[in-house]
Each structure stands twice: as structure tokens, then as C-alpha cells.
Design a protein around this ligand. Structure first.
Ligand code: NAP
Length: 315
């Protein structure tokens, strides 16, 4: 269980004659990204949130947005001095495996160096810290993967995350390292996602090729965000935050069609070996998230998650 003080959402400020109760400060890096945006919008009524953005200067009502390049240590230090966070969730990353494969040293700075610097600053002030990693730390040959399974990344992105996990935990053993699976749902105003690409293809009646031989345990951004807060408040070390079902990208596309009641969409089955991409692909990195389930993480079935997204009109 957590070695640092567990953050209750409120803290007492005894600076005045009368005590006032104020919300604790949460620093969320990558607020313009898929996961960061989902976390910020879901938690803004419970935390006083400062979110960082880099190239996409978005606004989120009720959240203080700071623009920063987190690859520079002095910039990160400045943010910490300015915000004085009570807790930190680090989602900023170069999250495209293909981009990392072709921009190795550039992406190392945000995926490894920035994560380690942030972990060090969290260690200095002993605040709870979540670092987001990926299911792509595995080679996809022996699923489902528990936290105890040996890592063996096949891409530069996976290698960077493995290195970051090790260095972050060395710098601050109380870190919760959350390995995320493929995420779907509303990406917010600036982020891109495979889900958005699928929806756009459906809307524009364009052909979309989806792998029948690549499996993940996808989870919605909303549910993933809940998992991150469970990690922040209840645990440290490695934690898998995958969804409740293993599915191929092709079957996910078919399920989405079904939920949206689209009779005809131009989904074409394809195999990993037929598509050439910079980063090598993994066959099946399904996560076993039993540890998170025992802590209260409860992803719904994929159909229920998708129906919920449709009901909320976030498409
Ligand atoms: N999405 C998935 O399906 C998935 C799956 C597994 C793991 N993950 C992991 O989950 C985390 C969140 O991923 P995501 O999908 O939300 O990523 P994303 O949508 O690509 O967002 C990345 C965020 O990082 C920020 N960023 C990039 N370079 C930066 C820099 N130099 N300085 C400061 N900020 C920088 C971006 O800011 P701007 O947009 O403003 O430039 C953006 O807010 C990452 O750790 C990722 O590896 C994601």
C-alpha cells in the first residue's frame, strides 16, 4: 500500500483565524492529450487542477492551464515551484510508437528524461505520483500479462517506457506506474486516437483496414482515469489498467458499428504482416488487471462502455 500520505481531496488551511477547507492541488501533465484531458475533465470538481500543455494550447473550464516543454529540467522545476502540487499525474508523452521509432533521441527526452525528472521532484516533496506506461512493454507472445510478467519490448516506444519505469521507480519507489492499454472514447479538443479515426471513417463512408491478428484489452478514457485515481490514492509500484475483455482491432470496429447501429461500414480485415509501419507490432498484449480489480477498478464490458459513450453524445 501507499508509503506516502494518501491524498484526501480536501486539506485544511489554518493560515486564517478561522480554518478554511480547500481542495488539494493536482498537477496533470499532458492535459491536451487523450488521457490527460479525460482526467482533468473528470476530476476538476474534486481537485484544484493545474494541467500542462505543450503544442496544443487548449482551455478547460475550471482548470489552470500552463504551457511548458517538460523536456527541460528547469522548466519542470519552475512548474513545481509555481504549482506546489499535493499530487502529480504524468501523462505527457510521445505516445505514437511509429513516431518514437523514427525520432528516437527526440522522444527519449519526454518519454524517459522528463518522467525521471518529475519523479525526482515528487520524491523531494514526498507527494503521491502516477507515471503512465503502456502494455507495449511486452512482446505480445505470452498474454495475458500480470505485473510480474517479464518485459520484452519490441519497439523503441516500448523500450523507452521500460527504461522510464525502472528509472522512475529507482528515483521514487512510492510511484504508481500504471500500464495503460489501448484507450477509446472522447479524446478532447486536441488529441487524436484510433477511435476518432474509426468514427471519421464511418461518417465519411471511407474504407478502414483493421487487424484481425492484434489483440489488446481496451478501456475507455473515463474508466482509465478512474483507475489512475485508484492508483494515486491506494497503491505504488506496477499496476495494470486494462479493460475487462480481450479483443482484436477488427472485432472492436465491428462492435462499434453494432453499438452505433451502422449496418454498412467499409471495414476491411487485414493482418499485421500486410501492413508496413515503422514500429514493429505485437500480436497480443492483453493485460491481466486483477490487481487493479481487487483495489476497486471496475471496467464495464466493452459494449456497455461504448453504449455509455454513445448515450453521453461524446462522438
Ligand atoms: N492512448 C492510448 O491508447 C495509450 C495506450 C497505452 C499507453 N498510453 C500512455 O498513456 C499516456 C497518455 O497517452 P495519451 O494517449 O493521452 O497521449 P497523447 O494524446 O498523445 O497526449 C500526449 C500529451 O503529451 C504532451 N506532450 C508531448 N510532448 C511534450 C513535451 N515535450 N512537453 C510537454 N508536454 C508534452 C502533449 O501536449 P500537446 O498536445 O499540447 O503538444 C499531450 O498533452 C502516455 O504515457 C502514453 O504512453 C496511451
Amino acid at each position: 500500500m501507499k508509503g506516502v500520505e494518501i491524498p484526501s481531496l480536501l486539506k485544511r488551511d489554518s493560515g486564517d483565524e478561522a480554518d478554511t477547507i480547500i481542495m488539494k492541488k493536482l498537477l496533470v501533465t499532458g492535459a491536451s492529450g487523450f488521457l490527460g484531458w479525460n482526467i482533468c475533465t473528470a476530476a476538476k470538481n474534486r481537485w484544484n487542477i493545474c494541467g500542462t500543455v505543450f503544442s496544443n494550447p487548449i482551455r478547460i473550464d475550471g482548470i489552470n492551464i500552463l504551457r511548458a516543454d517538460l523536456t527541460g529540467f528547469l522548466e519542470v522545476k519552475r512548474i513545481f515551484q509555481e504549482v506546489k502540487p499535493d499530487a502529480v499525474i504524468h501523462t505527457a508523452a510521445a505516445a505514437s510508437p511509429d513516431y518514437c521509432q523514427t525520432h528516437k533521441s527526440e522522444t527519449h527526452k519526454i518519454n524517459v528524461d522528463a518522467a525521471v525528472n518529475i519523479a525526482g521532484l515528487c520524491a523531494d516533496s514526498r507527494v503521491p505520483f502516477v507515471f503512465t506506461s503502456t502494455d507495449l512493454v511486452f512482446d505480445g507472445l505470452n498474454p495475458p500479462y500480470t505485473e510480474e510478467a517479464p518485459v520484452n519490448p519490441v519497439s523503441v516506444y516500448g523500450e523507452q517506457k521500460v527504461l522510464a519505469e525502472k528509472k522512475v521507480l529507482a528515483a521514487y519507489p512510492d510511484t504508481a506506474v500504471c500500464r495503460m492499454s489501448l484507450m477509446f472514447g472522447d479524446p478532447g479538443p486536441a488529441a487524436s486516437s484510433f477511435f476518432k479515426t474509426m468514427l471519421t471513417a464511418f461518417k465519411e463512408d471511407r474504407e478502414i483496414k483493421l487487424f484481425t491478428d492484434e489483440f489488446r484489452t481496451p478501456v475507455s478514457g473515463t474508466t482509465a482515469g478512474r483507475g489512475i485515481f485508484i492508483a494515486l490514492e491506494k497503491t505504488h509500484g506496477l499496476l495494470h489498467l486494462g479493460g475487462s475483455e480481450r479483443i482484436s482491432r477488427y472485432d472492436f470496429g465491428r462492435l462499434l458499428m453494432n453499438v452505433l447501429q451502422i449496418r454498412k461500414a467499409r471495414i476491411v480485415q487485414c493482418s499485421q504482416k500486410n501492413v508496413s509501419m515503422p514500429a514493429p507490432r505485437v500480436p497480443d498484449v492483453s493485460l491481466d488487471s486483477s490487481k487493479a480489480f481487487a483495489l476497486g477498478f471496475k471496467p464495464m464490458s466493452l459494449r456497455d462502455e461504448l453504449e455509455e459513450i454513445v448515450k453521453q453524445g461524446n462522438l
